[in-house]
Design a protein around this ligand. Structure first.
Ligand code: TRP
Length: 447
């Protein structure tokens, strides 16, 4: 008995780590902090937390449930479950839009992964030590203004992703991440500790948690919901694919709660580490996508052991980015493998080259091509906004609507291990609260 329960525990643990490996990435540290800064602070944070709990949790559970039932890739899973329940095969569109989202996201994700790589090297060579805020900002602006440098790092990052995916060493990397994730958490705590010594910690906490509701608008709420989808890897079929590996005995709601708490803690710690540095150095929280790159090196430059800590931080961030990037490339490769006669290696190469090309368009947005290309956005912002604010919410909405309206209520309730009160609560949340929430935010944010 003891052996059996241990085996179950360890398979559940493995699953949590794999799901958290996809979820915890640049989204938590890079994207979360710059979005908070851009959107005026606490009001964004609180709406984001509400979205994670009310929309993120039920959608995560729905994606896993669909994946566990279908046991196939997201497109075929959706087609099959829909047919089984007498619904249109058009539900497979959810899988397809997920693949498209993965493709688009990876293109700009890789550019930022490249920045993280470059800063890892910068920490080794001591490029940041002894620099003041102006010096650090100048280094960052210098990198942005050079298409060649950005291209080099974007290419190296994509190359690492290709090698890992093509050689199938994903497993080994996941094992490595298992030790790296706790290390990243500890480093974040050290950084928060540093933040407390700056004398601006209180100001940062108030910026993050004491809301000025006048900063709230439909656009900010939509951005917060988009961030919730992005950071939890929702709305892309990724979590559906993960669900197909889940054993029947695993408690979906409990597991989702654990993954969500882990993911949220990393994001909040990132904010608590970064904003004290922002205020202590008179920087602007609304710095944009460069926020962590103009703040964290300052902290590493002035704390004891900062060189080593900085190196470890950017290395761990790069690894977190790599695991998420792999989970983004995987569905694209699978799609090509299945729809064409390509085998794994050429399918990986072709997907990666297409992603890489689109990434070049994204990185040029920081220099030679910084003007708007559509809706007032440059390519980078367009890719980021279109995926997080439109594709991910719509795909996630499809997943939860499918579970709540197309599958039969009793079997879902049994599968989630819910009694009658829990079942009713799930029913109301999944049928009405979460979908209506997504639709309202969506419509409110776009008009
Ligand atoms: N969640 C990851 C992050 O926070 C990024 C990511 C990986 C992702 N897979 C995804 C985002 C699927 C959306 C959909 O960095």
């Amino acid at each position: 008995m003891a052996k059996l329960s241990h085996a179950q525990w360890s398979s559940k643990m493995t699953f949590i780590l794999a799901a958290a490996g996809s979820a915890v990435g640049l989204g938590n540290i890079w994207r979360f902090s710059y979005m908070v800064g851009d959107s005026g602070g606490a009001a964004f944070v609180l709406v984001y937390l509400a979205c994670v709990a009310l929309v993120g949790l039920p959608i995560l559970v729905s994606e896993w449930l669909i994946g566990r039932r279908g046991q196939k890739n997201p497109i075929n899973t959706m087609a099959e479950l829909a047919t089984q329940h007498g619904k249109s095969k058009a539900w497979a569109a959810i899988g397809i839009s997920g693949v498209l989202a993965a493709f688009l996201i990876l293109s700009f994700y890789s550019v930022i992964g490249g920045w993280s790589l470059s800063y890892t090297l910068g920490s080794v060579t001591g490029a940041f030590s002894g620099q003041d805020a102006d010096g650090i900002s100048a280094l960052f602006t210098g990198m942005l203004s050079s298409p060649g440098t950005l291209l080099l790092w974007h290419s190296i990052f994509m190359l690492l992703v290709i090698v890992i995916v093509a050689r199938g060493v994903t497993k080994g990397l996941e094992a490595a991440v298992r030790t790296m994730m706790p290390a990243l958490l500890i480093l974040m705590l050290v950084l928060v500790g540093y933040g407390m010594t700056t004398g601006h910690f209180g100001e940062a906490m108030s910026f993050m948690f004491n809301p000025d509701w006048s900063a709230l608008s439909g656009g900010v709420v939509l951005a917060a919901m988009g961030q919730a989808f992005f950071t939890l890897s929702l709305g892309m079929g990724i979590m559906m694919a993960y669900g197909s590996y889940l054993g029947q005995e695993v408690d979906l709601i409990g597991t989702a709660r654990t993954v969500i708490i882990l993911d949220t803690v990393v994001a909040l710690l990132a904010g608590m580490a970064i904003f004290p540095i922002v205020f202590a150095n008179g920087l602007s929280p609304g710095e944009g996508p460069g926020l962590i790159f103009v703040t964290l090196p300052l902290a590493f430059g002035s704390m004891t052991g900062g060189t080593i800590l900085g190196l470890m931080f950017f290395l761990l961030l790069t690894f977190a980015a790599l695991t998420s990037a792999i989970s983004l490339l995987e569905p694209v490769v699978e799609f090509l493998e299945e729809r064409t006669s390509l085998t794994r290696v050429p399918a990986t190469l072709i997907s990666a080259i297409l992603v890489w090309l689109l990434g070049i368009a994204a990185l040029l947005s920081f220099n030679v091509w910084d003007g708007p290309v559509a809706f007032g956005f440059n390519t980078f912002d367009l890719l980021d906004n279109f995926t997080s604010k439109i594709l991910l919410p719509l795909t996630g909405l499809g997943a939860i609507v499918f579970v709540a309206w197309c599958l039969d209520r009793a079997s879902v309730q049994r599968e989630l291990g819910l009694g009658s009160t829990g079942g009713t609560l799930w029913h109301i949340t999944s049928r009405y609260i979460a979908p209506i929430g997504v639709i309202c935010v969506f419509v409110g944010g776009l008009i």
